[in-house]
Design a protein around this ligand. Structure first.
Ligand SMILES: C[S@@+](CC[C@H](N)C(=O)[O-])C[C@H]1O[C@@H](n2cnc3c(N)ncnc32)[C@H](O)[C@@H]1O
Length: 220
């Protein structure tokens, strides 16, 4: 998704109490940034943030962290979060700016992430770019370091080739695929009970089939 430069984004994020300005400094101590010890769930590439804002608001049993590389996206995610929470304190959701390709600069084994959501990431179809996929084994191996044993990765995509190749990527990196489904409408009986993302709504409107899987980290 292309998004225009917004001069308001960075200053607004800098003043936002639930935005983490220096995520590298939080490495190894993400759990201490919340007011409780609830399990931490992470969304990679949150875009405009509808999914994370609504999911976190409706689920007080987990802490949430949503990351994206674009300040303009994080700014929209911040606005979405403020709208969804209204007067309710935003105490179980943080936002941060990260380059996911180098995610181990921001997390280590002390972070004990319980679940990772990858929603409609860029498919990178050209052979020379496939290593940039968020489900490429190089990435899945990085996530292993901070994802708990038995922790889950929840993955949704409209891209058939990315999904098919990811079915090989997960086992190759030591994950077992424990759930798998596909659907082409919001009210389909095969659709998992997750909040829709902006991209999901867009793809479903154009009649695309969405593929979904859950993969569990195996102990090696
Ligand atoms: C196609 S959009 C999907 C957004 C959202 N998850 C949804 O389903 O509507 C992909 C998002 O991932 C972010 N992204 C892509 N590559 C990234 C990277 N290497 N590091 C961090 N964020 C990235 C983009 O800025 C964009 O917001």
């Amino acid at each position: 998704m292309r998004i225009r430069y917004n001069p308001e984004a960075r200053p607004a994020l800098a003043a936002c109490p639930f935005y983490i300005d220096d995520p590298k400094a939080a490495k190894g101590r993400w759990n201490t940034l919340y007011k409780n010890d609830l399990p931490l769930w992470l969304e990679l590439g949150c875009g405009k943030g509808s999914f994370i804002a609504n999911t976190a608001f409706n689920d007080r049993g987990h802490n949430y962290l949503a990351v994206d590389i674009k300040s303009e996206m994080l700014y929209l995610a911040m606005k979405n979060t403020e709208n969804v929470y209204g007067q309710t304190p935003i105490d179980n959701l943080l936002l941060a700016d990260m380059e996911i390709m180098i995610i181990n600069n921001y997390f280590d084994e002390e972070d004990h992430i319980d679940r990772i959501f990858i929603n409609f990431c860029n498919p990178w179809p050209k052979a020379k770019h496939k290593k940039r996929r968020l489900t490429h084994p190089n990435q899945l191996n990085q996530y292993r370091i901070f994802l708990k044993d038995g922790g889950k990765i929840v993955f949704r995509t409209d891209d058939e080739e990315l999904f098919t190749e990811s079915l090989d990527y997960f086992p190759a990196a030591g994950y077992e695929i424990t759930e798998r489904t596909s659907y082409n409408s919001l009210d389909s009986q095969t659709r998992p009970p997750l909040v829709a993302t902006e991209h999901e709504l867009m793809f479903l409107e154009t009649g695309k089939v969405i593929n979904y899987l859950v993969a569990e980290k195996c102990v090696r």
